[in-house]
Design a protein around this ligand. Structure first.
Ligand code: THU
Ligand code: ZN
Length: 132
């Protein structure tokens, strides 16, 4: 399941995870997207004192959009946790904006264990930009 590009994405997501700013939750998350321009963009969670947080997936997508890329082809998400991370509901909707139903979402724990699900299975019968 974990081919070469996924391994590279995991390395980048893990490097970002190590920079997570999470003094409130102590729960570090990293993400890396493969974009339609062929580049990899990573992000980590960033919290603040009023307990808001930018989630790692949103940070990775923001890096992608800021660089001028448009679409997410694949995403790797990793957390410093022995349970395999799953993206929260808000992140699922955010990823849905920039991807298709068959986009592959790879989810890792800190032991290298992995699950993969398609975007359309993580967020079924979803509302998206084509409705407006
Ligand atoms: N977190 C993410 O970065 N992504 C998710 O989808 C789940 C949660 C972060 C937010 C917060 O900083 C910490 O994990 C605990 O919720
Ligand atoms: Zn989230």
């Amino acid at each position: 399941m974990t081919d070469q590009i996924i391994q590279k994405m995991l390395e980048k997501a893990t490097a970002a995870m190590k920079n997570a700013y999470c003094p409130y939750s102590h729960f570090s998350v990293g993400a890396c997207v493969l974009a339609d321009d062929g580049n990899l963009y990573a992000g980590c969670n960033v919290e603040n004192v009023v307990y808001n947080a930018t989630h790692a997936e949103v940070a990775a997508v923001a890096a992608m959009i800021s660089a001028g890329a448009k679409r997410v082809q694949k995403i790797v998400i990793v957390a410093d946790c022995n349970k395999i991370i799953v993206p929260c509901g808000g992140c699922r909707q955010h990823l849905r904006e920039f991807s298709s139903e068959d986009m592959e979402v790879y989810m890792f724990n800190n032991q290298g264990d992995c699950d993969m699900m398609k975007m359309g299975d993580l967020l079924v019968k979803s509302f998206g930009p084509e409705y407006l």
